[in-house]
Design a protein around this ligand. Sequence first.
Ligand SMILES: [Zn+2]
Length: 104
Amino acid sequence: MRDDEPVSGPLPYAEVTDEAYAARAAVDFRAQEFEFAVVLSGPCPRCGHASATTLVDEVYRKDAATPDPGYRTLLCECEVEHPGCPAGLRGCGAYWTLRLEVEA
Ligand SMILES: [Zn+2]
């Protein structure tokens, strides 16, 4: 916790998306592949705080309901408390789509 944060503090929680979020995350996020999961981590394109999302093996499965399982919606999961964040959730509320390029 720093006490030199701007008076306004962290951005208020808002469930928002923007084409720029996806573009920024595509550049900044790194995928780490494990046996049964992929961890995507990088700075949230909205609030800039470090965020990491774990995707379990469902991403590899063919699912009739999702024609292209390579596209996943990611949410900001940073550790910073954003004002107005609903109980049980975390992050600033930003979400975006990321195309997973997983080697077969
Ligand atoms: Zn965020």
